[in-house]
Design a protein around this ligand. Structure first.
Ligand code: CDM
Ligand code: ATP
Length: 308
């Protein structure tokens, strides 16, 4: 049996370029791994089977479309294993379809758990390549910490960061579809007359002030630099997110932003006590389903337990 712990992410900067011919957008994507995470346990089995526990378990598909199952099959195929055998149990704490890369996290965790269970010793560069095949957010879940993602987000460069930052995540009722949010971003750009194609939108770049705030461990400077080009699109599709963002700011957050493609909202706090207070205020506000205080950065997917 092998258990892997894997973090969720928030994008502290999500710069979105124009639509590429393959339908993806080039990004300047600064990923930040937080302690809120899932656990994936791999045990020997016949075929690839799945189970899931947690408050959102009912929303998690248990068929071959699950990123954890796809990861197990992809790893097996890479090693020429004709009949992969594994049962994967997901302890799910990351909101589903919430913009925190929960499915991607489980895909990364399953790669690592199956690799250990099957004794494959796959080198990290190969795991990262398989991760990129599974989805744009999956490589970062293997790496963790803070990293700049270029291309569609899969080309990663670890970034220096000092200290610990405190966050609160407000979980919405129901998810948002990532492709639908990118499409809405394009639609809003077209509507404003800017255009949405790769030759109309400047290629985004990481903000030097944001990188300095991370390297200095300065939450006030980070708060001033947080930016998400998908936020307007997420709020356009789910206008009630404006109330959630407002409630967290009123409760003393240094800054509020939509996490990735949303609808989870992220709030930066000055310390752990402030985070606990903001989370309680958000829960009481009636503008979200629940709110979790947490911190980061934390490492990427890692084995936390192995037994025969
Ligand atoms: C919004 C983010 O979570 C920010 O980290 C990611 O960019 C999304 O990553 P993901 O969920 O792993 O996305 P993928 O599974 O690779 O792609 C899902 C869909 O999102 C859109 N997509 C995704 C990544 C990207 N750079 N440009 C896109 O336009 C495309 O419509 C794509 O078909
Ligand atoms: N292991 C998984 N956990 C949750 N959802 C999964 C999983 N595997 C596949 N899915 C499917 O993927 C959809 C998106 O789920 P996910 O939780 O990854 O979204 P997300 O956090 O918004 O993604 P991202 O932030 O990477 O764009 C779900 O609605 C579900 O149908």
């Amino acid at each position: 049996m092998v258990t892997v712990r894997v973090p969720a992410k928030v994008n502290v900067q999500l710069g979105v370029g124009g639509v590429r011919p393959d339908g993806y957008h080039d990004l300047a994507n600064v990923f930040f791994a937080v302690a809120l995470g899932d656990q994936v346990t791999a045990t020997p089995g016949t075929g690839v089977t799945l189970s899931c526990d947690g408050p959102d378990a009912a929303a998690v598909p248990l068929d071959d479309s699950n990123l954890a199952a796809r990861a197990a099959r992809l790893l097996a195929a890479r090693h020429g294993l004709a009949e992969p055998g594994v049962h994967l149990h997901i302890d799910k704490a990351i909101p589903v379809a919430g913009g925190m890369a929960g499915g991607s996290a489980d895909g990364a965790a399953a790669l690592l758990a199956c690799d250990a269970l099957w004794g494959l010793d796959t080198p990290l560069p190969v795991l990262l390549e398989l991760a990129a095949e599974l989805g744009s957010d999956v490589p970062f879940a293997l790496l963790g910490g803070v990293a700049l993602g270029r291309g569609r987000g899969e080309l990663l460069e670890p970034l220096p960061v000092a200290g610990t930052f405190h966050w609160v995540f407000a979980v919405a009722d129901g998810g948002l579809s990532t492709p639908a949010v990118f499409r809405e971003c394009d639609r809003l750009r077209e509507e404003s007359g800017l255009g949405s194609s790769i030759d109309q939108v400047p290629t985004p770049d990481a903000d030097p002030a944001l990188l300095a705030a991370l390297a200095d461990g300065d939450p006030v400077a980070l708060a001033a630099a947080l930016a998400n080009d998908l936020q307007a699109a997420a709020v356009s599709l789910r206008p009630s997110l404006a109330d959630t963002l407002h409630a967290g700011t009123e409760a003393g957050a240094l800054a509020a932003l939509v996490s990735g493609s949303g609808p989870t909202c992220a709030f930066l706090a000055k310390d752990a006590d402030a985070a606990a207070h903001i989370a309680a205020a958000l829960r009481a506000s009636g503008t979200c389903r629940t709110a979790h205080p947490t911190h980061g950065p934390v490492p990427g997917a890692r084995v936390v337990h192995t037994s025969a």
